[in-house]
Design a protein around this ligand. Structure first.
Ligand SMILES: NC(=O)N[C@@H](CC(=O)O)C(=O)O
Ligand SMILES: [Zn+2]
Ligand SMILES: [Zn+2]
Length: 407
C-alpha cells in the first residue's frame, strides 16, 4: 500500500449502477493481459490472480481517444523509452519544452518534433503538439513564426527557478514579457503556466495561491483576450480562480497524482521520492476540491498527465528531482477517479473533448476501450542507461486501456 489514497482505491459503491450505452460486460476478465515491455518493445504477459467469487460485474468503457495536454517526453534514449507509453493510447500531446537547453525557438521546436516522430513506434498516428519555452528575451517576432509554422500550439511560462529545467525561465513577466504576451493574444496562441511563485520566503505549499494573487489574476485583467491554461492545478484556490474566469479563455490541466494523492503520500512509511512533483501535493481538502471540479462536467478542465520521467537514481538520492512518471498508468487512474466520484459519464469530456475544444482543434475520431480488468504496474521500466519508476509502481490497477478501435 503506497499512499493514503490507495486505502479507498478499489472501494467503489457506484460501479454496479452505472448507466450508459458505453458500458458492457467484458469477455476478457480474468484472462492474460498484455503490457508493453519497455526493454524490447514486445508485449509481455502477466498472469492475473483469479477473481474472488462471486465476481464483480464485468464492464468496459468505450471513449473517444484521449489527448494529453501536458507531457514531458525528454530526448534521446529516455524519449525512445517513454514515447510508446503515450503513443499507445493518446492521440496527441502538448509536449513540454523544458529540455536542456530549452526549446526557445520555432526552429528548435521543429527539430525536436522530428526527433519525436522518428522515435515513434511503427504505424503510430500519435501527433506531438509543440510548445515554446518563454524567456525574458522571447520576441513577438518569434510568436509570429511559431504560429506560422503550424506545429507550435502554445508557449510555456516557467517562472525562473520554479521547477525542473526552469532556470532560463521568466524573471519578471510584467517587466519583460508584455509585448510577447500581447502578440500571443493577437495570434490566439495560448499561454501555459507553471503557476508557482519562486520567492523562497513563501511557504512551498502556498506558492500556487500566491502566484494566482500576484501574477495570474493581474495578468487576466491586463490581457483578457489571452488564452491561459493553468497547468497541473493543486489547490482549491486554483479551482476558484479558474471558475471565476471565462470559459474558453482560462482553463486548467489536472494530473492523476493531484486527483488521487494528498501530501501524506510523500511521507507514508518514510520519504516517498516517487510521489514528489511540483507543484507539490497538497492537503486532502484541496484534493477533494479538484476532484469535485473535474468530475462536475465543467469544460474548463482537461487531461494533462504532467508525466515527467526521471532516472531512478535521480529520484532516489540525497536531492531528488521533481516529477512523476505517469504515462503508462494515467488513463487507468483517471478512470478510477471518475468512477469513485460516480461520474464515469463525465470522463470522456475530460479526457477527449474539453482539451481540443479549448485549443480550437478537432476532437479525435478513433476510440479506445477501457476494460474493468486488473493489471499490475511494472516495478520499473528499463532503458539503455537506467530505469524509470512509474507512479503506483508494483500496484494493481483496474481499467486497462486497450488498443485502438477502428474509426
Ligand atoms: N512536474 C514536475 O515535478 N516536474 C516537471 C516540470 C514541471 O512540470 O513543473 C519535469 O519536467 O520534471
Ligand atoms: Zn510545471
Ligand atoms: Zn510538467
Amino acid at each position: 500500500m503506497q499512499t493514503a489514497a490507495t486505502s479507498t482505491f478499489f472501494a467503489n459503491p457506484h460501479v454496479k449502477h452505472l448507466p450508459g450505452p458505453f458500458l458492457r460486460p467484458s469477455p476478457h476478465y480474468g484472462a492474460l493481459v498484455h503490457l508493453p515491455s519497455f526493454r524490447n518493445k514486445t508485449p509481455i504477459s502477466i498472469a492475473m490472480a483469479a477473481s474472488p467469487s462471486p465476481p464483480p460485474p464485468l464492464q468496459e468503457l468505450t471513449i473517444t481517444r484521449p489527448d494529453d495536454w501536458h507531457l514531458h517526453l525528454r530526448e534521446g534514449d529516455v524519449l525512445a523509452a517513454v514515447l510508446p507509453h503515450s503513443a499507445m493510447h493518446f492521440g496527441r500531446a502538448i509536449v513540454m519544452p523544458n529540455l536542456k537547453p530549452p526549446v526557445t525557438t520555432t526552429a528548435r521546436a521543429l527539430e525536436y518534433r522530428e526527433e519525436i516522430l522518428r522515435a515513434l513506434p511503427p504505424g503510430s498516428n500519435f501527433v506531438p503538439l509543440m510548445t515554446l519555452y518563454l524567456t525574458d528575451n522571447t520576441s513577438p517576432e518569434e510568436i509570429k513564426l511559431a504560429k506560422k509554422s503550424g506545429v507550435v500550439f502554445a508557449v510555456k511560462l516557467y517562472p525562473s527557478g520554479a521547477t525542473t529545467n526552469s532556470q532560463d525561465g521568466v524573471t519578471d513577466i510584467f517587466g519583460k514579457c508584455l509585448p510577447v504576451l500581447e502578440e500571443m493574444a493577437r495570434q490566439e496562441m495560448p499561454l501555459l503556466v507553471h503557476g508557482e511563485v519562486t520567492d523562497q520566503h513563501v511557504d512551498t505549499f502556498d506558492r500556487e495561491k500566491v502566484f494566482i494573487e500576484k501574477i495570474l489574476a493581474p495578468l487576466v485583467q491586463r490581457l483578457p483576450q489571452l488564452k491561459i491554461v493553468m497547468e497541473h492545478i493543486t489547490t482549491m484556490d486554483a479551482v476558484n480562480f479558474v471558475e471565476s474566469c471565462k470559459e474558453g479563455h482560462v482553463a486548467a490541466t489536472v494530473t492523476p497524482q493531484h486527483l488521487l494523492l494528498n501530501r501524506n503520500a510523500l511521507f507514508q512509511g518514510g520519504l516517498q521520492p516517487h510521489n514528489y512533483c511540483l507543484p507539490v501535493l497538497k492537503r486532502e481538502t484541496h484534493r477533494q476540491a479538484i476532484v469535485s471540479a473535474v468530475t462536475s462536467g465543467s469544460k474548463q478542465y482537461f487531461l494533462g498527465t504532467d508525466s515527467a520521467p526521471h532516472d531512478k537514481r535521480r529520484k532516489e538520492c540525497s536531492c531528488g528531482c521533481a516529477g512523476i512518471y505517469s504515462a503508462p498508468v494515467a488513463l487507468s487512474l483517471y478512470a478510477k477517479v471518475f468512477e469513485q466520484a460516480g461520474a464515469l459519464d463525465k470522463l470522456e469530456a475530460f479526457t477527449s473533448f474539453n482539451g481540443p475544444d479549448f485549443y480550437g482543434l478537432p476532437r479525435n475520431t478513433s476510440k479506445i476501450v477501457l476494460r474493468k480488468s486488473a493489471w499490475k504496474v511494472p516495478d520499473t521500466y528499463s532503458y539503455s542507461s537506467g530505469e524509470i519508476v512509474p507512479m503506483f509502481t508494483g500496484n494493481t490497477l483496474e481499467w486497462l486501456p486497450s488498443d485502438q478501435l477502428e474509426e
